[in-house]
Design a protein around this ligand. Structure first.
Ligand code: CP
Ligand code: NVA
Length: 301
């Protein structure tokens, strides 16, 4: 197992499977009141440069469940927010903590923490990727559908962090992956090339073609954190890139719908489709806890 979780590309199919298996086990134990204080006495620092509901609460509760503790470190309060280099922050925090989860803008900041620090670093979302979310997404898909091989994953919307991680996760697990996004908003070029070379991958601007016969359809907000001032422009560009009844009429009849949340109803997904699939979407949100606990055990245990 790698020392850090910086991006999904760094994990093999075998390592992802081991994380998912452990996540299922920890979920079972939690549901049945079986204590698992595997990280007794360990402390996780959680650096947030962006807002969060799920990531913050699930990591904090996760550390508590594992017998350890977690510190919420807002960049508003840290010296990092006043310009202290991440390279120095990494070396200082390595002397206090057993691991760091960081949510920030640039992927290279997460990579720098890992390079300069001496403790495991977990990426809790960058503009480039969201590996923790996609581990929970894979756990949820397997829970509902049993297996990955040959199943079709479709993503509709902005080709940014969620799309990038879903493509890598889906292809690594043997799924067919299709992405529908407007021209100019495609996922990362290198990831798309890798996906084409390593599996069945299509990127199109035709959402019905992308959704056809899929087993699961994912979407995400049209304007991500940090893009709030582009909202009006993006609403025009992404109009039509929505999960609605028409999209669901071309998927497999029993297709799942997933959303990393927060969701904007009547933008990337209709309220009707959202509510019809709410049990799957909130199972996905819950699995953040279980999947991340598995990551914590693998990296900090
Ligand atoms: N999906 C997700 O990462 O949610 P938060 O932004 O609330 O952490
Ligand atoms: N793409 C979204 C994901 C939120 C979990 C964002 O970066 O804001």
């Amino acid at each position: 197992m790698a020392k850090h979780l910086l991006k999904l590309m760094d994990l093999s199919r075998q390592e992802i499977t081991e994380i998912l298996d452990l996540a299922d086990k920890l979920k079972y134990e939690k549901k049945n009141g079986i204590e698992h204080h595997i990280l007794k006495g360990k402390t996780l620092g959680m650096i947030f440069q962006k807002s969060s509901t799920r990531t913050r609460v699930s990591f904090e509760v996760g550390m508590y469940d594992l017998g350890g503790s977690a510190l919420f470190l807002s960049s508003r309060d840290l010296q990092i927010g006043r310009g202290e280099p991440v390279e120095d922050t990494a070396r200082v925090l390595s002397g206090y903590l057993d691991g760091i989860m960081i949510r920030t803008f640039e992927q290279k900041e997460v990579e720098a923490l890992a390079e300069y620090g001496s403790i495991p670093i977990i990426n809790g979302l960058t503009d480039y990727c969201h590996p923790c979310q996609v581990l929970a997404d894979l756990q949820t898909f397997r829970e509902f559908k049993g297996s990955f091989e040959g199943k079709k994953m479709c993503y509709i919307g902005d080709g940014n962090n969620m799309a990038n991680s879903l493509i890598v996760g889906g292809i690594k697990m043997g799924m067919k992956v299709s992405v529908a996004c407007p021209e100019g908003y495609e996922p990362d070029k290198e990831i798309m090339e890798w996906a084409k070379a390593n599996g069945e991958f299509v990127c199109t601007d035709n959402i019905l073609e992308a959704a056809k016969d899929s087993d699961v359809v994912y979407t995400d907000v049209w304007a991500s954190m940090g893009q709030e001032n582009e909202m009006a422009e993006r609403k025009k560009i992404f109009e039509g890139y929505q999960i609605n009844d028409e999209v669901m009429s071309v998927t497999k009849p029993d297709a799942m719908v997933q959303h990393c949340l927060p969701a904007h109803r009547e933008e990337e997904i209709t309220a009707k489709v959202f509510e019809a699939h709410a049990n799957e979407i909130f199972a996905e949100a819950e699995n953040r806890l279980h999947a991340q606990k598995a990551v914590l055990v693998k990296l900090l245990g």
